[in-house]
Write a protein that binds this ligand. Structure first.
Ligand SMILES: Cc1cc2nc3c(=O)[nH]c(=O)nc-3n(C[C@H](O)[C@H](O)[C@H](O)COP(=O)(O)OP(=O)(O)OC[C@H]3O[C@@H](n4cnc5c(N)ncnc54)[C@H](O)[C@@H]3O)c2cc1C
Length: 336
């Protein structure tokens, strides 16, 4: 029997999450190299067009479970459906995105299937024995290690968003969509969704933003942090940060950039009051132009920077914000 590489295709409000396509792209390469069947798992309601998309991005088979109870994420419902399908089809590999949903769902599925799970994986490959090498940063980002799961199946991992390349669509790629019965027992669901309140923002999510303004401990306090937000607003940028701003509550968890946070690939990254520890800079390696602002001319962040400004961010940022505002006003005035 051909072994199957399963990718959990995460959808939210009818849209596939970019990380699911990133995993699908890498899984397609591995499936081609090792003769595996690439199979996507789609749970939702009225989401059939997404199943077509998954085929277009390279899946050989899409298992699609459609039920109103699967429209929005429910741990009990999703875990039950995936467990049942995995027991039935015995996939060799099951990979999810390391999103807030994936972080919740993957450990529950792994526990139910009595298998291992590698979290926050940044690379996937097979060794000579056909075992999945799940690559994760180790020793505070100073090394990489490969985790293997030799004895239990499926080999499970969650992959960090933004580290794998998003694949191109493959026109003409053929596959099958298998409609599966969800068989959910509503009485077994311990949580009930009352309302979804989307966060209102004009700015692209951090992982997709073209410009990122990030701040670190050097911003000092909440007042100082407002300068990061103000600069981001002027530039139409997304706001990110290092660990200390997260600990201080200036940013939410999804805004921390780095080894334990998200990876960003903006055209422009501006980092102020950031020392440049590896655990942070590992998340900006694919950024286009990097601008660093730090009082310490020896700060490690300058090693990563294309442009460095040695100075107090609390003085440099207000000047930068003012200059950008003046320029924007000139542009508006010169419009016909
Ligand atoms: C396992 C592990 C995982 C981690 N994961 C992450 C992660 O994902 N992301 C992450 O960010 N961190 C992570 N960390 C923490 C990381 O090691 C660093 O501690 C953190 O990145 C430092 O944040 P910082 O640069 O804001 O603070 P600091 O290292 O304290 O640096 C502050 C900088 O601000 C400068 N400064 C001070 N005042 C000013 C001023 N007025 N104007 C301009 N510059 C000024 C200073 O010169 C200094 O360089 C992790 C740590 C571990 C152990």
């Amino acid at each position: 029997m051909t072994q199957a590489f399963w990718v959990f295709a995460e959808q939210r409000r009818g849209a596939l999450q970019p990380v699911s396509l990133e995993i699908l792209g890498r899984a397609r390469e591995l499936a081609d190299q090792h003769g595996l069947s690439l199979e996507a798992l789609l749970l939702g309601h009225n989401a059939a067009p997404l199943a077509d998309d998954l085929l277009a991005y390279g899946a050989d088979t899409v298992y699609y479970a459609d039920d109103p109870l699967l429209q929005t994420y429910s741990l009990d419902a999703y875990a039950a459906v995936i467990e049942r399908l995995a027991r039935e089809h015995q996939p060799d590999v099951l990979v999810l995105g390391h999103t807030s949903l994936g972080r919740d769902l993957a450990p529950m599925v792994a526990a139910r299937l009595d298998t291992g799970l590698s979290a926050h994986v940044t690379g996937l490959e097979f060794d000579e024995a056909g075992l999945l090498r799940q690559i994760v940063p180790a020793f505070g980002g100073r090394g990489m290690c490969a985790i293997l799961c030799p004895q239990h199946r499926p080999q499970m991992a969650t992959v960090r968003p933004g580290v794998l390349q998003r694949p191109e669509r493959r026109p003409g790629h053929r596959g099958q969509i298998v409609q599966v019965e969800p068989e959910i027992d509503p009485a077994a669901l311990r949580t009930r969704l009352l309302e979804v309140v989307p966060q209102e923002t004009d700015v692209a999510p951090l992982t997709e933003a073209e410009i990122v303004v990030a701040g670190g401990a050097g911003m000092g306090d909440r007042e100082g942090w407002k300068l990061i937000e103000e600069l981001a607003e002027v530039l139409g940028a997304a706001v990110g940060g290092t660990r200390p701003p997260l600990d201080e509550g200036w940013i939410a968890e999804g805004q921390m950039i780095g080894q334990s946070g998200v990876t960003v690939r903006p055209l422009l990254y501006i980092g102020a009051g950031i020392s440049g520890e590896l655990q942070h800079t590992v998340g900006i390696r694919d950024a286009g132009v990097v601008v660093a602002i730090n009082v310490n001319p020896k700060a490690a962040i300058f090693q990563e920077a294309d442009f460095g400004i040695v100075g107090d961010a609390r003085e440099v940022l207000p000047a930068l914000i003012q200059a950008l505002r003046e320029r924007q006003e000139c542009e508006v005035e010169s419009l016909p």
